[in-house]
Design a binder for this molecule. Structure first.
Ligand SMILES: [Zn+2]
Length: 677
């Protein structure tokens, strides 16, 4: 995932102490002088004041509108908003000092409000639309067009009454989404287990954590640390079914009403802005372009994965039948897939952990990225960082001609600590501007290690590391545009996961893995036989995984691509499961009441499907016998990563593939396990 600043509309929050803030010593370096809450506030307010000054200068400019007298000021204003937003988000999610975190939290809505105000500023919109696009270079023309499109999608070009309506709908949508989330948070459910024997199959530490009460009963909750192990390991089909139903009824019935209201608000917003449905509005600035484009993508991905999914189900259900389990339902799926995988591949994911101590993995990933992208990473020991455990590296470009040229800085904040966010994410810190500003980016993760412990990583942790590093390379290598607003990961939202999912694929290469995966005690290199087993076990289930993603995406689309009056949430849900899963539907499943992606992604959950299609298509261009040294990586760097968002994402894809993406590589990817030699 990547983290973007939350655009919560919090209008009417006034900027604090505007105009009374002294310019910080080094305003372009993110946290110089930010060791206390007051300096964070002063630093942030200075950037917000700069933004206001630039917008005022822009709107007051006289004469013909040009890129120099208008777009440049607009882009600089965006630059200040971006670094202020990134900085307060970083401090809020990572700083060990609660006073700084609290101040950052208080500043978040202030920065958001400034962003919202600029995104709705009609004077700025008119000024930008007066620039002659034909007089600009291609990147500038594209930037201008995209900004104007975003303004129109927010209704800024409309009359006052329409803008008032858009504002009212937007505020109400924000409130309704918050209510939806709150109803889920407030509805943690419990399952009472009468006897310890019902927990059979669960790991020993899980059973230990759930000691029986005086009357012998054990209480489980629907929180994921309780829920996921039951679905994966519990032998009792009855317990799995009970947990599954409670979990999939969170938020119900309240959220059925809330969601229907949200769908109606969205539909009204779409028609107000001249679109037929919300799905059309939400995709107008995306790669797929429209609800029709999204529909075609999902149909194609369905066709590419349907056969593999059916075959996987057949293998799992035959295996289960031999052990007396028939008529498998959705609450049995995770358990029997896990049992089948263990038996068929004789692979225990715990067995590879000793080969992935954190420090070796970090070194290995840097080495991989350096070779692939022709870079050098130099550790900066005395860099100003927000916590002593953060590693800073300067990134040098080896292709700049002559000697290595500084290209940016990255910060790795990789281990958990008190007060730090629990997620894994990459985030830009400072957007790059060609010739003026080098890009900086952060990784915020929670991998084991860092406290004297070797930090033995799970297989899935290492994949996550590759994924997030893919975002980071996009951020840094794409950071040399003329405009800050086109730096790094500022492409269409439905393209951003392609470079990160692409880098995940490298993790499976034996040569690459053996270059860094060494036993933390003996130094033994991860054996080739183990890698082969690991790869086969992880390749099983891909068909069902794609079908699952197509199911979620289709549901998100179908509740948004028609008049809400004709939407039956329950009927669409059951129908979707019947179409995309071989496991029987469990009556009483109300998934939609806790499907939070319906508020976040709305109709656009398909993003991960599209980007998986693109990622495996990209990866298929590499020579499997020579992944790192071949010419493809360089071509990829130049065609896909370096341009940032100076071109439409569809063009980046075409520049690299020589055509648009297709389903051939995905078809091969989902069938890989069955086509093993
Ligand atoms: Zn990601």
């Amino acid at each position: 995932m990547i983290r973007q600043m939350a655009m919560v509309a919090m209008m009417g929050v006034s900027l604090m102490a505007m105009g009374q803030v002294a310019k910080p010593v080094d305003p372009l370096h993110a946290w110089v002088g930010l060791q206390d809450a007051d300096s964070l506030a002063a630093w942030t307010n200075w950037h917000l004041a700069e933004e206001q000054r630039l917008v005022a200068e822009l709107t007051a400019a006289k004469g013909a509108r040009t890129a120099e007298n208008t777009l440049k000021l607009y882009d600089e204003a965006q630059f200040h908003l971006m670094i202020a937003g990134n900085q307060v988000n970083l401090m809020f999610t990572t700083h060990a000092d609660k006073a700084i975190r609290d101040k950052a939290q208080a500043l978040t809505p202030v920065v958001s409000a400034a962003s919202v105000a600029l995104s709705l500023n009609q004077e700025v919109y008119h000024a930008l639309s007066a620039i002659d696009p034909k007089a600009q270079d291609a990147a500038t023309k594209h930037y201008l067009e995209r900004q104007l499109l975003e303004y129109r999608l927010a209704g800024v070009d409309k009359d006052a009454a329409t803008r008032d309506k858009v504002k009212r709908l937007s505020d109400e949508m924000t409130q309704t989404s918050l209510e939806f989330s709150r109803n889920i948070q407030d509805d943690m459910r419990k399952v009472l287990v009468k006897d310890k024997s019902e927990l059979e199959g669960l790991p020993a530490d899980y059973i230990k954590r759930h000691a029986p009460a005086a009357d012998g009963t054990i209480t489980l909750t629907t929180d994921s640390p309780d829920y996921t192990p039951v679905m994966t390991y519990a032998k009792s089909a009855q317990l799995r079914r009970e947990m599954y139903l409670e979990y999939n009824q969170r938020g119900y019935p309240k959220n059925k009403t809330v969601l229907m209201h949200l769908l109606e608000l969205r539909q009204e917003m779409a028609t107000t802005l001249g679109f037929k449905t919300w799905a059309d509005l939400a995709t107008a600035d995306q790669m797929v372009g429209s609800a029709v484009g999204m529909h075609k993508l999902l149909n194609d991905a369905d066709a590419a994965s349907r056969v593999a999914s059916a075959r996987e189900f057949q293998m799992v259900s035959e295996f289960a039948a031999k052990q007396g389990a028939t008529n498998l339902s959705l609450s049995d799926s995770a358990y029997w897939n896990e049992q089948y995988r263990r038996s068929a591949y004789d692979f225990d994911s715990q067995s590879v952990r000793p080969y992935f101590p954190y420090a070796e993995v970090e070194a290995g990933i840097l080495k991989t990225a350096a070779a692939l992208f022709h870079l050098e990473f130099r550790r900066v020991e005395n860099a100003a960082v927000w916590n002593a455990s953060v590693h800073a590296y300067d990134v040098y470009d080896l292709l700049a001609g002559g000697k290595p040229a500084l290209a940016g800085r990255i910060y790795l904040d990789m281990h958990p600590r008190e007060g730090k966010d629990k997620w894994f994410s990459e985030s830009g810190l400072i957007p790059g501007v060609r010739g003026e500003q080098l890009p900086e980016a952060t990784l915020i993760c929670n991998f084991p290690g860092g406290d004297g412990d070797p930090g033995l990583m799970q297989y899935s942790d290492v994949v996550t590391y590759f994924h997030e590093f893919g975002h980071m390379m996009h951020e840094v290598l794409g950071g040399k545009q003329r405009w800050a607003g086109q730096s790094g990961i500022t492409t269409e939202g439905d393209f951003v996961e392609a470079p990160s999912q692409m880098l995940e694929e490298f993790f499976r290469d034996p040569g690459l893995l053996q270059s860094f995966a060494k036993h933390y005690q003996t130094g033994e290199v991860l054996p080739a036989a183990m890698i082969a087993k690991m790869n086969l076990a992880s390749a099983f289930g891909r068909g069902s995984w794609v079908q699952g993603q197509v199911f979620y995406s289709t549901y998100a689309m179908e509740v948004h691509d028609r008049d809400p009056k004709t939407v039956d949430l329950d009927a669409l849900l059951k129908d979707g499961y019947v179409r995309f899963s071989h496991y029987q539907f469990v009556d009483g499943n109300r998934l939609y009441a806790s499907f939070t992606h319906l508020t976040g992604y709305s109709s656009n959950y398909y993003t991960y499907v599209l980007d998986k299609v693109i990622a495996v298509d990209f990866f298929a261009q590499f020579d499997p016998k020579n992944l790192l040294e071949g010419p493809t990586a360089l071509r990829y760097r130049k065609a896909v990563l370096e341009p940032g968002s100076s071109k439409p994402a569809a063009e980046l894809v075409k520049d690299f593939l020589g055509r648009r993406e297709n389903m051939d590589a995905l078809k091969k990817w989902v069938n890989e396990e069955f086509e093993k030699p």
